[in-house]
Design a binder for this molecule. Structure first.
Ligand code: ADP
Ligand code: MG
Length: 503
């Protein structure tokens, strides 16, 4: 690892209309290293990297590049000096092809009035090949995924010999596979000695990709921490000055009659003899390791993959749930693990998604959607859920994971179901959004819903549940009441143990 930072930002402060958003922040970037920058929304991360990349100028502090103080008048000047900022929403030109996009910024100048396109196409293909990217030089950009367009931006930066590549929340709109792909690229760039800055929200991603983590809070530097000394708890604590556990507050709700019961549900190869009960107002945690059969049980209750034997009772009445529409008619809602695939129509608007599940409520007698009513319901729920968006017509795939999750929950809130199954409700969302989802889960219980919460995050299970079932290898291996909850007992039951204690 290099001894000298390539970029050194020292004592950087910035105000917008008199409001201080950065306060004497230091930040160093080294070649061959991924430096993650984290902090809650509004902490000043984007502003800091925009200052380094010449978009804004600081009111105090200095930027040194390879030991020499620099003043960038524009992003273009920073680019020429080797610092590239990759935007979350790529700034590609849809009507141009890959090569045209790559060289748009820097074909002019150099005193060469003619562009040798043949040469450029060749160069582009060579570059794409070294990067292991699937696209070709003449491919049109229109229709490409955001992930591919990010690749074009990265390739463009490399074609200009960028030494520092800064990515501001590059994974926000990417699928799991695309994130893996991007991380492969980041590792490759690191090996080539590039200096990288990665801004992100999801702590698992941060811990996966970074060598060093800097935390900002309210515009101030909280600290810098080598990856080897970091874990989720430590980073969360630095970000918000509280521990993750303290964020999850259980509110008590009156617990009523049994709303959902399963008796001897079995699906050979997936799960056997599943007997669970969930009461009105109760949050029932379902713990276990990945692959224990928890999501499969949820699929049986929601009808996406019915069990082959056993019965399901809703409010004491036996119901044969052959498909999700029967489940929904009987008041069961599910927020699934893979919200991008099953929970949301990501290519459609927020408005459409939220109202989709409840069209009957807002449709007029003649079958037209009453837009005024739709607008009312939408703004009511957006406010309630604190969803950050431009407007209701924005497409869901442009939202952050946390906001997407809130849209899914909003959708089901509107259906007024009695039983809600949440499968990994906070996976892949940032800490702030997690807190809001916890508040919602409490709120739903207080409204008298019966909640089954499948989660692999023990703090969530321990803090929120009234009762917990533990699954292992397709069996329920333990059941605990809230006052018996203990992480070691749960882990033991999730790996091998077989104990029953609650009634
Ligand atoms: N161009 C701008 N004009 C006015 N205020 C801004 C501008 N950019 C950012 N801010 C404000 O500065 C603060 C820090 O924002 P930002 O750097 O975007 O935070 P982060 O990227 O950590 O979420 C926020 O309060 C934001 O509203
Ligand atoms: Mg930002």
């Amino acid at each position: 690892m290099a001894q000298q930072p390539i970029v050194q930002a020292k004592g950087i402060s910035k105000t917008f209309s008199g409001v201080r958003v950065l306060n004497k922040v230091n930040f160093d970037i080294y070649p061959g290293e991924v430096h993650a920058l984290v902090g809650e929304n509004g902490a000043g991360k984007s502003t800091l990297v925009k200052i380094i990349a010449g978009v804004h100028s600081p009111i105090e502090g200095t930027i040194c590049l390879e030991g020499r103080e620099v003043f960038f008048k524009s992003p273009h000047a920073a680019r020429e000096a080797g610092i590239a900022l990759i935007h979350q929403e790529p700034l590609t030109f849809q009507d141009l092809n890959v090569t045209e996009n790559l060289y748009l910024g820097h074909t002019r100048g150099g005193g060469k009035p003619f562009i040798n396109w043949k040469d450029l196409y060749k160069k582009t293909d060579a570059l794409l090949e070294t990067l292991n990217v699937r696209m070709r030089s003449r491919d049109p950009v229109r229709g490409m995924t955001i992930a591919d367009q990010q690749m074009i931006e990265i390739a463009s930066a490399l074609s200009q010999n960028a030494k520092v590549i800064i990515m501001d929340e590059p994974t926000a709109a990417l699928s799991h596979g695309e994130v893996k792909n991007l991380f492969g690229m980041i590792r490759q760039l690191k090996e080539r000695g590039k200096a990288l800055v990665f801004i992100g929200h999801r702590l698992d991603e941060i811990l996966d990709i970074s060598d060093k983590i800097t935390v900002l809070r309210d515009g101030s530097l909280v600290g810098e921490c080598p990856r080897a000394e970091a874990d989720q708890d430590k980073i969360v604590h630095m970000m918000i000055n509280r521990s993750f556990k303290e964020l999850i507050v259980k509110e008590s709700a009156p617990i009523g009659e049994v709303l959902l019961e399963t008796r001897a549900l079995s699906l050979p190869g997936e799960y056997n003899d599943i007997n669970i009960k969930i009461r009105r107002g109760e949050i029932v945690g379902m713990a276990g390791l990945v692959g224990a059969g928890r999501s499969e049980v949820a699929s049986a209750i929601f009808g996406t993959q019915p069990a082959v034997s056993g019965d399901i009772f809703i409010k004491g009445k036996k119901i044969v749930i052959k498909n999700p529409s029967i489940a929904m008619k009987n008041g069961i809602a599910m927020v699934s693990e893979d919200r991008a695939r099953t929970g949301l129509l990501v290519a459609f608007s927020i408005k459409y998604n939220i109202t989709f599940a409840i069209l009957h409520k807002i449709a007029s007698r003649f079958g037209f959607v009453r837009t005024k009513k739709e607008q009312e319901l939408l703004s009511q729920y957006v406010k309630y859920l604190n969803i950050k968006m431009r407007d209701g017509d924005q497409r869901v795939k442009e939202l952050s994971g946390g906001n997407q999750q809130k849209v899914v929950i909003a959708k089901w809130l509107l259906t007024e179901s009695d039983v809600l199954i949440l499968d990994e409700p906070t996976r892949g969302i940032d800490v702030g959004a997690k807190m809001e989802v916890y508040k919602l889960i409490n709120e739903l219980a207080k409204q008298g819903k019966a909640i089954l919460m499948i989660s692999s995050e023990l703090p969530e299970i321990l803090q929120l549940s009234d009762r917990v079932y533990v699954m292992c290898d397709g069996n329920i291996t333990a059941e605990f009441n809230r006052d018996e909850l203990d992480s070691q007992k749960i882990m033991a039951a999730a790996s091998t143990g077989r104990q029953r204690s609650a009634s």
